[in-house]
Every structure is written in C-alpha cells, then in structure tokens.
Design a binder for this molecule. Structure first.
Ligand code: ZN
Length: 64
C-alpha cells in the first residue's frame, strides 16, 4: 500500500538508500514524490552529486 511521502521522508529515504537498498514500495513512493516535487528533485540531484564526490575522494584515499 502506497502513501504519499512528505519532503522530509523523501530526503530521509534518499540518504538512507546510500546505506541499505530501499524496498520496492519505498522506491515507488520515492519516485512518485520526485515526479511531483521540484524541491526534492533538486535535493536528490545535489545529494547524488555530493555522494559521488565523496565516493571519488574515498576511493583515492584522500583524507578530509
Ligand atoms: Zn518533496
């Protein structure tokens, strides 16, 4: 059963998906919210960029 996510819940899912894969229902709810919410689309894109940069740094073994 799907319920609409709040922006706060959406951001939490985007971040927690880094650590453990989302369930199918969570993925669908997240995708549905991103389709309708420009704020969360922007936030999601920024998190994706940030995490990619973090991964690149960690892969090179650079200390913060
Ligand atoms: Zn939102």
């Amino acid at each position: 059963m799907n319920k609409a996510l709040t922006c706060r819940e959406t951001t939490y899912l985007v971040i927690s998906a880094r650590d453990e894969p989302l369930g199918q229902a969570q993925q669908q709810a997240l995708a549905a919210h991103l389709q309708t919410c420009a704020y969360c689309r922007t936030a999601n894109a920024q998190f994706t960029t940030l995490f990619a940069q973090l991964d690149a740094l960690l892969a090179r073994g650079v200390q913060p």
